[in-house]
Every structure is written in structure tokens, then in C-alpha cells.
Ligand binder design. Structure first.
Ligand SMILES: *[C@@H]1O[C@H](CO)[C@@H](O)[C@H](O)[C@H]1NC(C)=O
Ligand SMILES: *[C@@H]1O[C@H](CO)[C@@H](O)[C@H](O)[C@H]1NC(C)=O
Length: 294
């Protein structure tokens, strides 16, 4: 039709020429409308298909029990929480009130592996592996890029050595502070019974001294502390586990149910209202697996 119209156009009247043009434009319009409709249809089909797919797909991403939990969380009315089973929290556990907004960060380090079968206390030094473990601990603490305030150790040889190795790794050197109240001991007889009776505790325990050490370091910021503090404490697993129970307000007799690896870091932050955040417990992920001991 195109070809004939081209050839015959000069002989036709203006009206018939206009008709041909109109017909031509109408055809084009219809073609365009058809294509537009087709693509719109395809477009919306794809969108709806994808939307259905994402709704259907979402379910398997949840763990089976997680979606159940999400459901139950929505169903749970505040009154359903049993007062009997919910744990209490003594917000004035340190005998203080909120005096400032500053935080207190504690980095509790267990000393490295040591000669625990040596004859005397002074011979209970770190083993070669123990020294290596504490080097990793020092490197990790340095990598945290924190300006630490204090580096405190118990004064027992293995804790002093451990603190010294940590300090060697820190870019900002600290003065070592000794606190004999952090010396290893037995705070309370563990439950369940594990070979340590209350009689052992009474003779070797020093609970009063250990509680004094706790009170020295575990408290919210006092009014004379304007900025947050970061203290490293290098000491011993019995005290450390007892302190964890005590600060978390767990039964302290549970301390022996936990173990802490040599050179591990337990990170606790005390907020200004006395709340506790335990950021890690016995973290030793920075020590190669073949060098981890407890
Ligand atoms: C909270 O702890 C403090 C300090 O140990 C204690 O004096 C106080 O009686 C405790 N309060 C309660 C309600 O147990
Ligand atoms: C160590 O503990 C005793 C109580 O056993 C206490 O009188 C003393 O002040 C404590 N020392 C330090 C440095 O906190």
C-alpha cells in the first residue's frame, strides 16, 4: 500500500491524500498502543510474580522456632510474665546512685599458662606457651585502639609477668599497679560440690579480702569521674569467675561451672545507672587454636 500510494499520490485529490495519511497514522497508533499494552502487561506480570515470590521466599529464611517466637512475642501480654520466675535486679548493688554519665569499662584478663606444679609460689612462672598467649592478648588489647587508664595485676608472679607482657604490646605504656587483694583464692564453696568444701574455703578462702577487691573495681562511676575509664585487670580464674557471678547477680556458688582460657579477655561495662553489659566472657578467639589452654 505504501508503494502504490507513493506512486499514485500526485494524481489523487488532497482529500484522498489526507485519508491515506490518516489511515497510515491510525495504523501506527494502533501498533504503538498494542505494543504499549503488551509491555505494560509483561511489566506488571513480572512485578506481581516477584512480589508473590518474595513473600513465599521469606519463610524459609526464618528458623522454624524463630517465627514461632516472633508469633508468641506478639501474643504475650505484659501480665503473662511470671513474677516468680523473672530474676530480680538490685540496682543499688554497689551502694551508689547515678552521679555522672561516665561509663566504666573493665578488661579482665586471666594470666597465661604457668608451672602450676612448681615447689614454691615464686617458681610458678609462665611457661613459654603462657608467655606467647599473653603476647596475643596484648596485641589484641592494643588493636582495640583504646587509651587505657590503668593496668592492675594481682602481684602473684604469673600475673605480674602477664601484665608486663601486655604492657610491652601497648603503644601507650602504662605504669603497672599491684593490688594484693586480687591474689588467687577461694571465694565460696562451689555448688555442685567439686572437691572443695566450706571448710577449705574457710581456711584458704579470704572471702573478705576478695570482696574488698570486688568493691574496689566493680562500681559505677563516682561524681569525681568526668570521663569514661578503661581499666585492665590481670588476675586469676577463681576470682574472675566469682566476680562475673557477683556483678551479674547470679548465685556466686555457680562460679566453678565456668572455665576461662589462659590469656582470655572478659569485657564488662558498668553504666552510670549501675546496669551491667558483659561484652565478652573468656574471649580467646585471638589466640591460635593450637595455643589455647585452660
Ligand atoms: C542491694 O545491694 C546493696 C549492696 O550490697 C544492699 O545493701 C541492699 O540491701 C540491696 N538491696 C536489696 C533490695 O536487696
Ligand atoms: C584490701 O582489702 C582489705 C580488706 O581485706 C582492705 O582493707 C584494703 O583497703 C584493700 N586494699 C586495697 C588496695 O583496696
Amino acid at each position: 500500500m505504501y508503494a502504490t500510494s507513493k506512486n499514485t499520490m500526485p494524481q489523487r485529490s488532497l482529500a484522498s491524500q489526507m485519508c491515506v495519511i490518516c489511515l497510515h497514522l491510525t495504523q501506527r497508533f494502533l501498533t504503538l498502543r498494542f505494543l504499549f499494552g503488551l509491555f505494560t502487561g509483561i511489566f506488571f506480570t513480572i512485578i506481581i510474580y516477584h512480589r508473590n515470590e518474595s513473600v513465599v521466599d521469606k519463610q524459609p529464611h526464618f528458623r522454624a522456632d524463630q517465627s514461632k517466637f516472633e508469633y508468641e512475642k506478639n501474643q504475650l501480654l505484659p501480665d503473662d510474665v511470671s513474677v516468680k520466675t523473672s530474676a530480680g535486679w538490685n540496682s543499688s548493688w554497689d551502694g551508689l546512685k547515678r552521679e555522672t554519665s561516665a561509663l566504666r569499662h573493665l578488661y579482665l584478663i586471666r594470666h597465661g599458662q604457668y608451672f602450676d606444679n612448681a615447689q614454691s609460689l615464686s617458681e610458678m612462672k609462665l611457661t613459654i606457651l603462657g608467655r606467647e598467649q599473653l603476647k596475643y592478648t596484648g596485641i589484641r588489647l592494643n588493636q582495640m585502639n583504646i587509651q587505657f587508664n590503668r593496668l592492675i595485676h594481682s602481684g602473684m608472679v604469673r600475673a605480674l609477668e602477664s601484665a608486663t607482657i601486655i604492657n610491652e604490646q601497648l603503644d601507650q605504656k602504662l605504669t603497672l599497679i599491684q593490688d594484693a587483694n586480687l591474689t588467687e583464692g577461694l571465694p565460696v564453696a562451689p555448688v555442685p560440690y567439686a572437691g572443695i568444701s566450706q571448710r577449705d574455703v574457710d581456711s584458704y578462702g579470704d572471702k573478705a579480702r576478695i570482696d574488698a577487691a570486688f568493691a574496689t573495681y566493680f562500681h559505677r562511676a563516682r561524681h569525681n569521674q568526668p570521663r569514661e575509664t578503661h581499666d585492665i585487670l590481670v588476675f586469676h580464674a577463681n576470682l574472675l569467675r566469682y566476680f562475673i557471678c557477683k556483678v551479674m547477680q547470679f548465685p556466686t556458688q555457680a562460679w566453678l561451672r565456668m572455665t576461662l582460657n589462659h590469656g582470655s579477655i572478659t569485657q564488662i561495662t558498668i553504666l552510670s545507672d549501675g546496669s551491667i553489659i558483659m561484652k565478652s566472657m573468656g574471649d580467646s578467639g585471638f589466640i591460635p587454636a593450637n595455643k589455647v589452654t585452660f
